[in-house]
Design a protein around this ligand. Structure first.
Ligand code: DOR
Ligand code: ZN
Ligand code: ZN
Length: 463
């Protein structure tokens, strides 16, 4: 099949529908997905999806003769596009680690049609001007829908303008604030949370109460480095932030939690949502002795017992979201002593195959998978027309071959970070193709769109 390579003008879904050549763009966003098993929110029903001008126009048992590009999806499951709310796409001055093109190619290959980028870049995403700058650069390069988190800042006017620029959250990175921020000061956090709440924007937090420098292990191994950031750091930070959040009254999304107790507390608190990662669900710290830097991230891997209880709790429905925390670095940077090795592992291309493997083992239902990777992310970050396959929704669809067996092989990643703690893992369930806004972006191992065919998303918070 021929894939059109016309240059497509950028879209801004939330704000405007301006295109430099609307006719070409719209035509390019018509597709018929034929004879798939379509997820309807409860189960699968065989049928076809007609996407017109980037939106789902019709779903029916049989749709014929639409005169548009057709994709034969017999034997595949059609699921709503997955949304990864926690990725580090880097770019700008850290483009040597990853850029918007490679990071979003990795997203498409992993079944993610929408991603939200973290602000700890160079320069950091800490002002409306820098949000807009990233949006502009990303518009030329992205393959999927991409939006931006901003750094937590102390000035309430800056919070307002970040919301106005379309940032999706204020990210508070407790161990080492992205921009100067008095993380020790409850009042400062409360003020920032209140300003975010006033602007209608959630706060996202890396909740780890690291009391540096006594816990930084100079030159020691990765196991020691992990021991130096024990679970109590998370407990302390979560307890403290929940207390502050209650006073501030804003929405807080707790990133990459590792403890069942954190999930329980967050469940008991209104306006709080929880996120877990595949690595904390599936790997434990014993692996650090053999995998070293390949399995080094923060928060670090936990004991096998802690991991099991996190997985069990997530499978029981206690987590709101699964996110990859895709955190690419070069192998040269990673392959150093623990004190020098930057934490973080790529995850965009491993998350879905790993979770589909849990589905095949009947540990996770499709319904829970869709909740954790699409519905809840959409609800929390305000994507009203995503996460559902129905008339009028955005044409973001992933076709999955649930039976396909493969092995994780980081050398084949689209990400620049060609390593993974999951290398050699056997998986069952793979992405066949990824459709973003009615356009096939990824198909059977290949990216088939030009850079810049995806959209930049604005939060639409009032500011
Ligand atoms: O492992 C991590 N890597 N944890 C973080 O919080 C930051 C991230 C990164 O940016 O590399
Ligand atoms: Zn983090
Ligand atoms: Zn992160």
């Amino acid at each position: 099949m021929e894939f059109s390579c016309v240059r497509i003008a950028q879209r801004n879904l939330a704000r405007s529908k301006k295109r430099s050549d609307p006719a070409v763009d719209l035509e390019d966003r018509n597709i018929l997905v034929k004879d798939a098993d379509i997820w309807n929110g409860k189960g699968f029903a065989r049928g076809s999806i007609f996407i017109q001008e980037g939106r789902i126009n019709r779903i029916a048992r049989s749709i014929i003769d639409t005169g548009v590009e057709t994709i034969d999806a017999a034997g595949f499951k059609a699921l709503p596009g997955f949304i990864d709310v926690h990725v580090h796409l880097r770019d700008m001055e850290l483009a040597y680690k990853e850029d918007f093109a490679t990071g979003t190619a990795a997203a498409a290959a992993g079944g993610f049609t929408t991603v939200l980028d973290m602000p700890n870049t160079v320069p950091p995403t800490d002002s409306a001007r820098r949000v807009i700058e990233k949006q502009k650069v990303a518009a030329q390069k992205t393959h999927v829908n991409v939006g931006f988190h901003a750094a937590a800042v102390s000035d309430s006017h800056d919070v307002e303008s970040l919301a106005g620029a379309g940032a999706f959250s204020l990210k508070l990175y407790m161990p080492k604030p992205i921009v100067p921020f008095d993380v020790e000061n409850d009042q400062a956090i409360q003020k920032m949370m209140r300003a975010a709440g006033d602007a209608g924007m959630p706060v996202t937090v890396h909740a780890e109460d690291v009391d540096a420098p006594k816990n930084t292990s100079q030159g020691e191994g990765f196991e020691e480095a992990a021991e130096a950031r024990p679970p109590i750091f998370e407990t302390r930070a979560v307890d403290r932030l929940l207390r502050i959040q209650k006073k501030a009254g804003c929405n807080v999304h707790y990133c990459h939690l590792t403890l069942r107790s954190s999930l329980m507390k967050i469940n008991a608190s209104t306006k709080s949502t929880s996120e877990v990662t595949p690595h904390h669900l599936l790997l434990s710290k014993q692996l650090l002795s053999s995998l070293g830097w390949r399995a080094w991230m923060v928060p670090p891997l936990r004991s096998e017992e802690t991991r099991r209880s996190l997985l069990k709790s997530t499978l029981a429905g206690l987590s709101s979201v699964i996110a990859s925390d895709h955190a690419p670095h070069t192998i040269k940077e990673k392959n150093q002593s623990a004190s020098r090795s930057p934490p973080g592992v790529p995850g965009l291309e491993t998350t879905l195959p790993l979770m589909l493997t849990l589905v095949n083992r009947q540990q996770m239902s499709i319904s829970l998978l869709v909740k954790l990777l699409s519905e809840n992310p959409a609800r929390i970050f305000g994507f009203k027309s995503k996460a559902k396959l129905q008339k009028g929704a955005d044409g973001d669809v992933v076709l999955v071959d649930l039976k396909k067996k493969s092995k994780i092989d980081s050398s084949r990643f689209f990400s620049k970070a060609k390593f993974s703690p999951f290398d050699e893992f056997k998986t069952q369930g793979a992405v066949h193709s990824t459709i973003v806004g009615g356009k096939v972006v990824y198909r059977e191992g290949e990216i088939v769109t030009r850079e810049g065919s995806g959209s930049v998303l604005h939060s639409g918070f009032s500011g």
